[in-house]
Design a protein around this ligand. Sequence first.
Ligand SMILES: Cc1cc2nc3c(=O)[nH]c(=O)nc-3n(C[C@H](O)[C@H](O)[C@H](O)COP(=O)(O)OP(=O)(O)OC[C@H]3O[C@@H](n4cnc5c(N)ncnc54)[C@H](O)[C@@H]3O)c2cc1C
Length: 433
Amino acid sequence: MAWDFSTEPEFQSQLDWMRDFVREEVWPLETLVHEVDHATLLHAIAPLQDQVRARGLWAAHLDPELGGQGFGQLRLGLMHEILGTSPIAPFAFGNAAPDSGNSEILALAGTPEQKDRWLHPLLAGDLRSAFSMTEPETAGSDPTLLRTRAEPDGDGWVINGHKWFSSNGSIADFLIVMAVTDPQARAHQRASMFIVPADTPGVEIVRDVPTMEHPQQEFGRYGGHAEIWYRDVRLGPEALLGARGAGFLISQQRLYPGRIHHCMRWLGVAARAFDMLCERSLSRYAHGSLLSEKETVQNWIADSAAQLQAARLMTLHAAWRMDTEGVMAARRDISLIKFFGAGVLHDVVDRALQVHGSLGYSTDLPLEAMYRYARAARFYDGPDEVHRASVARQILRGYEAPADGVPSEHLPTRREAARRRFADLLETVSSND
Ligand SMILES: Cc1cc2nc3c(=O)[nH]c(=O)nc-3n(C[C@H](O)[C@H](O)[C@H](O)COP(=O)(O)OP(=O)(O)OC[C@H]3O[C@@H](n4cnc5c(N)ncnc54)[C@H](O)[C@@H]3O)c2cc1C
């Protein structure tokens, strides 16, 4: 019997340290994010990064030979739950997106030369990166439709295409671009990845797309989502990242673990919103009682607690399965928690915002920012609908339609079969009567 929900004491003490550290040292810095530029913020975070390094928790998503910890998904999940409580904690721990994911891609697929040129400076914080796959003209949820082309050019490549939502594209030193190299190949073998230095002629960063997160047009801001034209971008053979046609394979290897980390971060955000929901309900008085005494609010608290617990266990179970049976065996669990977790995040933040009324809607509290964050979670990394469809398809493989079309639980049919099967016994009982 090997069921066990406990964390080994040594790692639990690391988690306890992280929880206190993030709350005491990182949360206060959040309040200054809009007062200082990104470089100043990073300067303020630098001493915290030193503490994280000293504690052996820096860039924990990477393998030990790259300075990471080789933790495995379950431990990373527990860690991300804590880091997720603050949008800036990932900087303090050396695993902020999109650089963290891009470093994983480079670690996974890069040649030794590519690692020297791009990965090590990225890990040292000397370079910044972006991942450039989504296109305005094609559905990002079905990347087999990508139109951006990379065609052979001598021993190198020439790229033409139009991308958007390349996060950090406007401040990146290099972009990892997904482009079709083999249009006649099978759908998931058509695209390849390329490392494109941002100053290559033909790379035109048009704008940072204004979003729910940043409605005003700005350019070159950290966290912006860039629209980019690639026009006759000529690259040498060293630009190809991984094997030709392996773009999807590499991105899936990165995305599956990435989804679990997202889900754990969402739990951290939702738990913080939940605390606000509970705290406010104990102080706000209306219509003869505290909000905590209203049945609706009590239901919100109970429902949120149940959803958080379910999402947490589902996420940890998926991570455990990845560690014990591999990523492919955990695909269904990952899809389940991706859409379920995004829904839980949304619901809990929504209730916390509602209970705070106009204060919740204002920027005096972080709830409105959490709400905007929660909205995007339902479609990036695969929209809810796609994950639901994938789960349903996998489940349905375990079923088949009844040959005669009659449901196998149809009671009259089963009763008739039981009468035939037990005819002798039934007869005996009747004759004994
Ligand atoms: C904050 C943020 C950061 C991002 N960062 C990056 C980045 O760094 N690099 C990058 O390349 N991209 C990035 N993206 C883009 C993201 O990956 C895409 O938004 C996502 O893949 C969805 O693609 P799409 O926006 O084209 O929507 P579409 O693919 O057009 O989908 C729109 C809607 O269609 C519906 N739909 C799609 N498929 C199905 C289906 N099978 N069944 C039923 N309904 C369906 C869903 O409701 C879906 O929401 C980012 C997006 C956001 C919001």
